[in-house]
Design a protein around this ligand. Structure first.
Ligand code: MEV
Length: 317
């Protein structure tokens, strides 16, 4: 059996996070500047007679059988085997390398799942459709995040910007002109499942407040979709910043996220907001491409651990 490698990108939520869990729309963008690669080599002559998993980013090196049953990597492998009716895996070495930070809102868990599912199914001679990969990756997201909307696995599987509404067909969207985002890492690890669970508690304690906030976010996302498609980035930027203020009211921002948003805006970003689960992780700033570098430097001076600049190409580019 040959060696197989498959990669999957990361993602940012352009707008609509959290409200998307409550059936409101959201927009997500794949990020190719960070990715996860899964390489699998069959080792039929291994003296150990056991598949080994090596994932340096999460300091993991062990036999597959040593992972707890609900470990997302083990579940990913089992889901692939189940789907193709194989009851055991040939002895392999599975290496997972990611340049995406974990617990940072950039989709590292979904990226890892998609890379493993694609590499393993390909190694075993099956080429799963994107829909099949996405369905399996969603099952693994539930282990990571409890009650996810499914937006992360979907944008990462299809690797295209999408307008997403839980339980409905999603739509690929393309900006009216090339779009540039600066992504800045607060350096604070944050758990999406914890943030989602805390929002749920807030919602259960005061449903009318949270329903109003989710509806307001939903309306912003509809407006953002229109300005994204038209290429009206002045308006899109304002909408993103308003989205940040609503996320703050929901309780998922924090001091460093707020100060990075302020810093981006005061250095000329068109709009800025936290992205993903919040409570740390990453923020994004919508910028004119010629200001991207200077805004990225300003964000580092304002306390960001690191920055990435990503571009979304327009139609035909
Ligand atoms: C995480 O990228 C986005 C959240 O809305 C959770 C989800 O949609 O599953 C916070």
């Amino acid at each position: 059996m040959p060696a197989i490698s498959c990669s999957a990108p990361g993602k940012v939520i352009l707008c609509g996070e959290h409200a998307v869990v409550y059936q409101k729309p959201a927009i997500a963008v794949p990020v190719f500047e960070g990715s996860t690669k899964c390489s699998i080599v069959a080792k039929p002559n291994s003296p150990h007679d056991e598949t080994i998993i090596i994932a340096p980013n999460i300091a993991l090196k062990c036999f597959l059988s040593c992972l707890v049953e609900k470990h997302p990597i083990r579940v990913a492998i089992n889901l692939v085997l189940e789907k193709i009716n194989l009851d055991h895996l040939p002895v392999c070495e599975i290496r997972i390398n990611s340049s995406l930070p974990t617990a940072a809102g950039l989709g590292s868990s979904a990226s890892t799942s998609v890379a493993i599912i694609r590499a393993l199914s390909t190694l075993l001679g099956y080429s799963f459709s994107d829909d099949e990969v996405n369905q399996l990756a969603f099952e693994i997201e539930k282990i990571h995040h409890g009650t996810p909307s499914g937006i992360d696995n979907t944008v990462i599987t299809y690797a295209k910007t999408l307008f997403f509404n839980k339980g409905q067909p999603f739509e690929f969207i393309v900006p009216g002109k090339p779009l540039t985002l600066v992504i800045a890492d607060t350096g604070i690890k944050s758990s999406t499942s914890k943030a989602v669970a805390e929002v749920r508690q807030g919602y259960l304690a005061d449903q009318s407040k949270y329903i109003t906030l989710f509806n307001q976010i939903g309306d912003l996302v509809l407006s953002a979709k229109e300005s994204f498609i038209k290429g009206d980035f002045q308006l899109l930027g304002k909408t993103l910043t308003e989205n940040h203020l609503l996320l703050r009211e929901i309780g998922v921002s924090c001091d460093i996220l707020d100060s990075l948003v302020d810093s981006a805006l005061s250095h000329g970003a068109l709009g800025a907001k936290l992205s993903g689960g919040g409570q740390g992780g990453n923020m994004i700033a919508l910028v004119d491409s010629d200001r991207a570098e200077s805004i990225a430097s300003a964000l580092i001076s304002s306390g960001a651990l690191k920055t990435l600049i990503t571009h979304v190409p327009a139609k035909g580019i």
